[in-house]
Design a protein around this ligand. Structure first.
Ligand SMILES: [Zn+2]
Length: 91
C-alpha cells in the first residue's frame, strides 16, 4: 500500500495529537472520579481522544495533585514521603 503525501501528513498530525494526549493522560486524572485517563481511537470522528479509564461518560480532567498538595489538603500520604518533605523543609 502506498500513501500519498497528504495521507502521510495526516498520519503524522494524528501521531502528534496522540502523543500530546498521552502526555496529558500521564499528568492528569479524571475530573469526576480522579481515575486514570486513557487515549483511545474515536472511530466516529476518526481522531484520538482522551477518556476516563473507569467510565468513558465522565468529562473533563484535572492536574493530579502532588504529595505536598495532598498532605496540605489533609489526605494521608506515605510516611516516608512525609519524612522526605519534612527533611527538605517543604512542610
Ligand atoms: Zn472518571
Amino acid at each position: 500500500m502506498t500513501l500519498t503525501d497528504e495521507e502521510i501528513m495526516a498520519q503524522r498530525a494524528l501521531d502528534q495529537i496522540w502523543e500530546g494526549l498521552d502526555l496529558i493522560a500521564q499528568d492528569c486524572c479524571c475530573a469526576v472520579c480522579e481515575g486514570l485517563l486513557v487515549v483511545r481511537w474515536n472511530s466516529k470522528a476518526s481522531i484520538p481522544e482522551l477518556v476516563c479509564g473507569t467510565d468513558n461518560t465522565h468529562e473533563g480532567y484535572i492536574k493530579e495533585k502532588s504529595y505536598t498538595q495532598l498532605y496540605k489538603a489533609g489526605y494521608a500520604i506515605p510516611l516516608e514521603v512525609i519524612n522526605n518533605l519534612q527533611r527538605k523543609g517543604v512542610i
